[in-house]
Write a protein that binds this ligand. Structure first.
Ligand code: ZN
Length: 384
């Protein structure tokens, strides 16, 4: 056995912990760039906390998912205001943008020098400026991951800036910040979290540390996602979901993902579709395809055992079979009113191109076993 595990320098979790953000920021710098989403949820509260500690702040709002140009602009703003600290407050988009800005502030040259696929993919060499991540959704786990997903609209792809240097100095996870999330966002981000716990658990890079995070997180989502969806003010359910999301981030950053995220990358590049909803629509199909492929290739035992454990955690039934787990997820996706992928304009005509791009996606390499182009086509068709 050999594995590595790396995460944020420090993780603070708990209801009300946002109140610690001002004092924590002061340890890192005096001028913060605060990257938020369009809505800027909770940004006034954060700005007050920073001001109370004498930390000056410049707000940069990212509209939608961060683009390469958006991150260049945010880095320029941080330089102009001589920021020595970056804070990402929001969903995965704001947090990924903040992580990218923190690295680009200290590493010279053009962002394209460091980007995979569309750029030169050079390694970042200088430690990033201190970065604090504060999620306001419960799903992406981006507060503890070591990549930043950026879109390149002209090339219709999503690419990552990847480096251990992107790991934040502090991840501050306050479940109270997710209380106001509407049901639709609770559903899509929560199902992204579930996907990010199931995929690392069956990944070829799974390790005993990530396994522990995954099983703990899956059990919490099984009991909390429906209650959080039906009653956003359920504090216990919100706490479970925020913790499950964090656990998913810890797991995926160290054990990788799988075919669901292999598809989500090119779909997100070519279509305007929320990441979590795309993952949710694909999750039961991929679980089913992996099980079927394992049976056909007589590679069943380990894969079956892992899907059976997932099924037991989800259903609470000690006799649950892997197929019961697939049925449970399919039922959850339907109850949470996740629409099929055709809603976003994805049709049969796009399938060959998406299958070809998905097969080459980095997440696909961690899938428990390689799926053939025909199997991938069947997965995508079933999610349309
Ligand atoms: Zn995801």
């Amino acid at each position: 056995m050999r594995f590595e595990f790396a995460t944020a320098n420090r993780i603070v979790f708990g209801p009300g912990t946002l109140r610690e953000a001002g004092a924590a920021a002061r340890e890192f710098g005096r001028r913060a760039l605060v990257v938020t989403g369009r809505a800027g949820r909770h940004s006034e509260q954060l700005l007050d906390l920073l001001a109370a500690e004498g930390v000056a702040a410049t707000v940069f709002a990212i509209a939608g998912e961060p683009t390469i140009d958006g991150v260049i602009a945010a880095t320029g703003a941080a330089r102009r205001h001589r920021c020595d600290l970056v804070i990402g407050l929001g969903g995965g988009s704001s947090i990924d943008a903040a992580k990218a800005v923190s690295a680009l502030l200290t590493n010279p040259g053009d962002p394209l020098d460091y980007l995979e696929v569309v750029g030169r993919g050079l390694p970042l060499t200088k430690p990033a400026a201190p970065c604090i991540t504060i999620p306001t959704t419960a799903g992406t786990g981006a507060e503890v991951t070591r990549n930043a997903v950026l879109t390149s609209p002209d090339r219709q792809v999503k690419v990552s800036l990847r480096s251990p240097l992107l790991l934040p100095r502090l991840a501050l996870v306050d479940p109270e910040l997710t209380m106001a999330l509407p049901p639709g966002l609770t559903a899509s981000t929560g199902l992204d979290a579930l996907t990010q716990l199931i995929e690392p658990y069956v990944s070829i890079r799974a390790n005993p540390l990530s396994d522990g995070f995954c099983t703990e997180g899956i059990a919490r989502i099984a009991r909390a996602l429906r209650p959080a969806f039906h009653d956003g003010s359920n504090a216990a359910a919100r706490e479970d979901m925020a913790l499950a999301s964090l656990l998913g981030g810890l797991a995926l950053a160290n054990a990788g993902l799988g075919a669901v995220h292999g598809f989500a990358a090119p779909i997100g590049g070519m279509f305007s579709a929320p990441h979590g909803a795309v993952c949710a629509a694909l999750l039961p199909q991929v679980m089913e395809a992996n099980l079927q492929a394992a049976h056909e290739r007589a590679a069943t035992e380990e894969i079956d055992n892992r899907y059976a454990r997932i099924a037991r955690l989800l259903t609470g039934d000690p006799a649950a079979t892997p197929e019961d787990g697939v049925r449970w997820v399919r039922g959850l996706v339907a109850d949470l009113r996740i629409p099929p992928l055709r809603t976003y304009g994805i049709t049969s005509e796009s399938v060959p191109a998406l299958v070809e791009k998905a097969a080459r996606a980095s997440s696909m390499k961690a899938n428990p076993l390689p799926l053939t182009p025909d199997e991938l086509t069947a997965v995508l068709q079933a999610a349309l």
